[in-house]
Every structure is written in structure tokens, then in C-alpha cells.
Write a protein that binds this ligand. Structure first.
Ligand code: GAR
Length: 293
């Protein structure tokens, strides 16, 4: 997805793959079978692809609603192609599995085309027929790709977006340059608190409890060349109970992670992420396209 800086009150299409929609028309899915398309100039309507042309109906002077087909990836209309996702894991891979389950259920308009793993999650992926590549290189150097080869491999798999799901290594600058505004990470605290180098997994939850804060929860953010400093896209709040152990808090946060990552991945694959003019990414609501979170 090629994102643009736009004002959410004057939305512009984010789709870069279909020239028919570029800059002239805003398209956003409202349900699995309908998309709304706003045009500043309805003379552009004939430029729609054929499947949209068939069912165009006016909703107001400047809003066109189009019913779209029911054949898999085309459900969201010609403006929203199905996305190819790479998921990166280091450990257990429960976020990876919940995203994969949501794809199988039809909740995410994308496919995991490759798992990048040290080891965790790999057996599940192989059993599901998802190719696995190892990154970074192992200490002996016998296995694992270099950053350069990783980027080439992701290109070969035609990856649109990268989802880090418990991947604990710093993402090489080469990969960030190759996938600008396209890599997301989930972190188990409310960033910018309890983030940065050394804050991962259970260490985060121990620090949260020791600090005495009463709320924690996952953050999903775009990835830059540092640990946990990229633009925040979504957060969920969970209470920190006075009797919590780090394990209990981790389990409560992880449950929320599974939900929020699926919601965010769905928004990403439906091209509902837009960039406010000050650089903050927002998610456009599926139910009400004028609402953002
Ligand atoms: C998750 O809690 C995730 O937020 C965290 O690792 C866990 C992976 O769980 N990530 C970090 O700490 C990144 N700094 P999973 O492998 O079961 O999805």
C-alpha cells in the first residue's frame, strides 16, 4: 500500500494499484458487499472498472455506492486488492496463529504468503502450507538470510506488508527502506512507556507491575529503525490488578493483542489506514467512513 499524507476530512484514495481511483475518488469498504466511492466530479464515474460500473447507484450528489462481486478477493471491489502479508515471529507465534485463523474465517482481505522465523511458529506454518524462511543468520552462519537476501525473498513472494508478531530482533534499515510505511509491530505495553531495547515479552510486564501503573495494554505501531519508536496506530487498555503476576498480566494483554492485531490487519488489507497531515496514522471505521480512531 502506498500511503499518502491526507486530511481525514477531505479523504483521498490510498489505492495506488488502480489508476481509475487515483486522487479523484475515495473508496472505502462498508461491508463485505458494498463499497462507497466519493468523487469530487462525477464525470469520473465512467472510469470505474466494469464490475463496479454495472451496479453504480447514487447515494447523494457526490457519493456513489457500488455493489461488488462475491468471488473472494474481489469482494472489496476493484479498488482494493487482496494483500500479501509476511509475518515475522521469534517465539510462540500466538499472534501469527490468530491472524492466520482470521484470514481463514474471511475477516482479513489478505494472505500470509511467508513466515519469517527464528524457530517459533514454524511448525504451525509448515502444517498449513505457509513457506518459512529463517532470518537473521544463525550464529554458525549455516542457516538464515542476510538483510539483502531477506528483502529479495520478500519481493519474490510479492509481499505488500510485513507484520511483526513477537519478532524480537531489530529490523534492518534495508528492509525499512524497501517497505516504507508498510511494516507493523505489536508491543505488549502502552507505548511510549515500557518500550525500547531490552523491553520485550515478560520483561515488559514485570516493569509495568513494578512501576505501579494501573493500566497497560498492547500497542501496534509502524516500524522505524529503532525499537518501539515508530508511529502509533492502535492501542487497547487492560487493567493492571493489584494481585497480578507478570504471567497473569501477560495473558490478559495477549488476549487483547489477538483481537487488536486482527482488527488492524483487516484495516490494513482494506486500505483503511490513512495518514493525518502531521504524520499520525489513523484507521478509518468500517461502519462509518467519516470516523477515525
Ligand atoms: C507478544 O506479547 C508481543 O506483544 C511481544 O511478544 C509476544 C509474542 O507472543 N512482543 C514484544 O515484546 C516486542 N517488543 P506470540 O509469539 O505468542 O505472538
Amino acid at each position: 500500500m502506498e500511503a499518502q499524507a491526507i486530511n481525514p476530512h477531505f479523504p483521498t484514495t490510498l489505492n495506488s494499484k488502480n489508476r481509475n481511483f487515483m486522487a479523484k475518488i475515495t473508496c472505502f469498504p462498508q461491508s463485505p458487499t458494498w463499497v462507497s466511492c466519493k468523487s469530487h466530479n462525477l464525470s469520473f464515474v465512467p472510469e470505474f472498472g466494469t464490475s463496479l460500473k454495472k451496479d453504480l447507484s447514487l447515494r447523494s450528489s457526490c457519493v456513489v455506492k457500488a455493489k461488488v462481486g462475491s468471488d473472494g478477493g474481489e469482494e472489496l471491489g476493484e479498488g482494493v486488492s487482496r494483500k500479501n502479508l509476511a509475518v515475522f515471529v521469534s517465539g510462540g507465534g500466538s499472534n501469527f496463529r490468530s491472524i492466520h485463523e482470521a484470514i481463514l474465517d474471511g475477516r482479513i482481505n489478505g494472505d500470509i504468503v511467508v513466515l519469517v522465523a527464528k524457530c517459533g511458529g514454524a511448525n504451525y506454518a509448515r502444517n498449513k502450507g505457509i513457506p518459512v524462511i529463517v532470518f537473521p543468520k544463525t550464529k554458525s552462519g549455516s542457516e538464515g538470510l542476510s538483510p539483502h537476501d531477506l528483502v529479495s525473498a520478500l519481493r519474490k513472494f510479492k509481499v505488500d506488508n510485513v507484520l511483526l508478531a513477537g519478532f524480537l530482533k531489530l529490523i534492518p534499515a534495508e528492509l525499512i527502506r524497501a517497505y516504507p510505511k508498510s511494516i507493523l509491530n505489536i508491543h505488549p505495553s502502552l507505548l511510549p512507556s515500557f518500550g525500547g531495547k531490552g523491553y520485550y515479552g515478560m520483561k515488559v510486564h514485570r516493569a509495568v507491575i513494578a512501576s505501579g501503573v494501573r493500566y497497560s495494554g498492547p500497542t501496534i505501531h509502524f516500524v522505524d529503525e529503532h525499537y518501539d519508536t515508530g508511529r502509533i496506530l492502535a492501542q487497547r487498555v487492560v487493567p493492571v490488578l493489584v494481585t497480578d503476576t507478570a504471567e497473569e498480566l501477560a495473558a490478559r494483554v495477549l488476549q487483547e493483542e489477538h483481537q487488536v492485531y486482527v482488527e488492524v490487519a483487516a484495516a490494513l488489507c482494506e486500505e483503511r489506514i490513512i495518514w493525518r497531515e502531521d504524520g499520525v496514522p489513523l484507521i478509518r471505521s468500517k461502519d462509518d467512513p467519516d470516523k477515525f480512531s
